[in-house]
Design a protein around this ligand. Structure first.
Ligand SMILES: *Cc1c(COP(=O)(O)O)cnc(C)c1O
Length: 479
């Protein structure tokens, strides 16, 4: 029987809390066996859900059993070790437990005052991340910079764009609206979220320059400089450039150092999008990817992709926090921080992001870093990269398949030699079969398959099995 006030009692919470954890453990035990993509049509799940909400509260057991009967069969299993599509969005038990605490405390950390621990833990963890990745000291709170957890790399890019916009115009656009033609520079491989951010920030599509990339999909720096020069001569104001460490299509690494020199010469804000590849910076052998990062104004990467921290968690760093804060600050009376410290001494993270409110995301990242330690994280990143290398070797030794661009980190781009239509059919069949999940991309007219190793529990046997399914499926199609 429910208590009269309708709340779940603390004892019921304890009981069902254990039960939910048990269900999550069971899910992880069997996820490998489940078809990765649910074999259903749009609307199939909707049909199983009542059209009207309940009037009377329901028994919690029946809610949990609906999760098992309706929700789990409708999931795409991102945590399956056979998930090789897109980029991963991996997680880990320590992260899930951190998230549980965050929900349990239910704090909203918009101001330092609205939960000092939420702000101060985030400050500390962001400084830890700088050390773990070997990022420039200027991104720490010791210096003029600092880090903040955003929901996504998309939001991080948008904040960087707005800070850059206000910095170059001395805050004019916030005050008067656009009175200048600002131009931004990306490559033809830059993630769509940066383009979206530029549109949202009012830059205008006509003012976005897509610098061509070279044969290895890296931004062509002389083309970048040429465009900036021309735009300046044409009376426009170049203000922002995004370089990518690990593009989404092929994990290409832009020449950050050369791009940085051009940006510094012409006074552009350089943002670095390392959403996926940033995690590799944990390991000494990939620190060379940092070459030129010291010239950047902002940098972001997603622990929610490859660093065992459940979605959402993006680490965003700026070299001059004042620029970000002055672009995004608002201060109505009801949000003034009443504390014994002066405002300047307090970090109020609401000024570092688009929304006012914010979740306590630092907990899960803190849990992950403390549980694994630098060594544990490195161990798994190295393993993923070596498994991708194994897959690359297998493709190279096959007669029917080929590598289409040199493997970069944990992403293998490959295809069957039989042409675009065959590869499209192969991908469709493979994903329909549900044993593994791959995605695709194109290089010009060339359609290829992407195999990314980054799920927390992927092992050698999963790579070998994946290859088995790929060969079997392609042989069947050839018959
Ligand atoms: C995934 C990805 C993004 C977008 O990440 P969100 O956190 O989903 O916004 C941006 N850039 C690159 C290079 C990515 O791989």
């Amino acid at each position: 029987m429910k208590e009269q006030n309708y709340h779940m009692s603390p004892e019921e919470f304890r009981k069902y809390g254990y039960k939910v954890i048990d269900e999550i453990v069971e899910y992880y035990k069997k996820v490998e066996e489940l078809p990765i993509l649910p074999n259903i049509e749009f609307g199939d799940i909707l049909e199983k859900l009542p059209k009207r909400p309940p009037l009377e509260g329901e028994d919690f057991d029946s809610i949990i059993s609906d999760v098992k009967d309706i929700i789990i069969p409708g999931l795409t299993h991102w945590q399956s070790p056979n998930f090789f599509a897109y980029f991963p969005s991996n997680t880990s038990f320590p992260s899930i437990l951190g998230e549980l605490f965050s929900a349990g405390f239910g704090v909203q950390g918009m101001l330092w005052l609205t939960s000092p621990a939420c702000t101060e833990l985030e400050i500390r963890v962001m400084d830890w991340v700088v050390q773990l990745l070997g990022l420039p000291e200027k991104f720490t709170f010791n210096d003029k910079g600092g880090g903040v957890i955003q929901d996504s790399a998309s939001s991080a890019a948008l904040c960087a764009i707005i800070a850059a916009r206000e910095s170059i115009t001395n805050s004019d656009i916030n005050k008067y609206g656009f009175n200048k033609r600002l131009t931004a520079y990306v490559s033809d491989q830059t993630h769509s979220s940066v383009i979206k951010g530029l549109k949202i920030a009012g830059i205008g599509e006509e003012n976005i320059c897509y610098v061509k990339s070279d044969a290895e999909f890296k931004m062509d720096v002389s083309a970048l400089e040429e465009k900036i020069k021309n735009d300046r001569e044409g009376g426009k104001t170049p203000f922002f450039c995004c370089a990518t460490i690990g593009t989404t299509s092929t994990m290409a690494i832009d020449p950050v150092l050369e791009i940085g020199k051009v940006c510094n010469r012409y006074g552009l804000w350089l943002h670095i999008d390392a959403a996926m590849a940033g995690t590799a910076l944990l390991c000494d052998e990939y620190k060379y990817l940092l070459n030129g990062v010291s010239l950047a104004n902002s940098f972001c990467f997603n622990p929610h992709k490859w660093m065992f921290t459940n979605f959402d968690c993006d680490c965003f760093f700026v070299d001059d926090r004042k620029k970000l804060i002055s672009a995004l600050t608002i201060l109505p009376e009801y949000l003034k921080n009443i504390s014994n410290k002066s405002l300047n001494e307090v970090i109020d993270y609401r000024d570092w992001q688009i929304p006012l409110g914010r979740r306590f995301r630092a907990l899960k990242l803190w849990f992950v870093i403390r549980h694994y330690g630098k060594k544990g994280l490195e161990y798994h990143i190295r393993k993923h990269i070596s498994l991708a290398a194994l897959f690359e070797d297998i493709v190279n030794s096959s007669n029917d398949f080929e590598i289409v661009s040199k493997r970069s980190l944990n992403l293998v781009c490959f295809r069957h030699k039989k042409g675009n239509d065959f590869n499209k059919k192969l991908l469709k069949e493979l994903n329909l079969k549900g044993k593994i999940f791959l995605s695709h991309s194109t290089m010009g007219d060339l359609f290829f398959l992407r195999f990314c190793v980054g799920q927390s529990y992927t092992e050698r046997e999963h790579i070998l099995e994946a290859w088995h399914h790929i060969e079997e499926c392609s042989n069947k199609l050839l018959q």
